[in-house]
Design a protein around this ligand. Sequence first.
Ligand code: KMH
Ligand code: ZN
Length: 275
Amino acid sequence: MSRPGTLLTVAPTGAEHAKSDVPHLPVTLPELVETARDCEQVGAAMVHVHIRDDDARPSLDLGRLKDTVQALRTETNLVVQLSTGGSVHDPEADRLRALDALPDSASCTMGTINFGDEVFLNRWEFVVSLHLAMRERGIVPEYEIFDLGHLAALRRLLDRHGLPAGGRVHVDLVMGVPGGMPGDAETLTAALRLLPEGATFSATGIGRTSLPVMFTALGAGGHLRVGMEDTLSYAQGQPVRDNAQLVARAAGLARIAQRPPLSPADARALLGVRD
Ligand code: KMH
Ligand code: ZN
């Protein structure tokens, strides 16, 4: 039996790190496009995008989001996924409006969690609005799972409101956030038992949980998300050089696991994203 390849997603920026603390964090559109191109070269098939304003602060400005989607489509072949999570300070209306930039895919977080010292608020009604608005626009969701209960919420969402655009269900297990589920093999295995039937999954481990989560996900047939949104350390005492360094390592591990990186075209087929 042939083993399916590995979808590699890069999350290059996020909303949490300050440019002043991490000068090589890609925050401008040219920096983002350059990073995306480099990451595609070494095996990424999807990019999970957060943008920043002129002062490098997190932004959900619709004009900028549209320019970003267009630039990434012109300059790369990657599946373009916009964050609707934004930063913990973003209002729901701005997060929902991000969908008007019409990306291929968008994140949809399945519940509220403590997020370090903050709260990442995702009310049930808001989650339903995101799910329905994405389906209306033909945007394929990636359901972000920060805690095991979020998988129960996902099953409830699909039972009550049906399948998303594209007809597939893909989740991303975001593990190791302080306040969310731990990033370890036992928790990842427990999460798999709660996945909706037929769903595919990616996993990412925040900070030092990056490697244990990557090894466990690969062994369990899952896909991988890596990037500077999630970890700034390549190894103990060794800061990340750039996003492509993290993608290249993940691609190497995927090849060792005999599940080489999927091309963007194969990723579209896996996720149900239209060409
Ligand atoms: N920045 C976090 C509060 C997402 O992109 O959808 C939320 C987040 C999840 O990063
Ligand atoms: Zn994100």
